[in-house]
Design a protein. Sequence first.
Length: 182
Amino acid sequence: MTERERMQAGAWYCCLDPELESLRAAARRAVHAHNSCDPDTRGNMDPALHALLGDPGKDCYVEAPFHCAYGLNIHLGKRVYFNAGCVVLDTARVQIGDDTMFGPQAQIYCAQHAKDPAERARGLEIALPVTIGNNVWVGGSALILPGVTIGDNAIVGAGAVVTKDVAAGETVVGNPARPMNA
């Protein structure tokens, strides 16, 4: 198996692999093109970013600056909105449902690095998917960690650190994120 195949299979892989670096370089170029687009069209996806995404969705709006690791693992529903400064480290599949919105500086991480320092130094990590349902609101500076699923109509409060799944219709806040009524 190649390192890319290991990454896509959810197995431990080396992120220092030349093929993966080439994919990240392509993503950096597409993100740069998007972040440098004419201010009158800013927010509308630059063609390079649109082509990079695994599934760009219809009528999505991505404010600049935006950053992603690979892009090809990002699958957007219709009318997804990313405010300025969002980051999606898509080492695994990131599935985002229709009408979901992200506040400024919201971040999604899929990579989990090895806990052993020697393995971490060798670039070992595992990619865990993130799934976000329809009509979800993710507040500014919220952080969604690897392997998390957020149900339809949920709200993630500003600055929340989401370490566990969020049920449909639930509102979570804090670090670590907890249901508001708890």
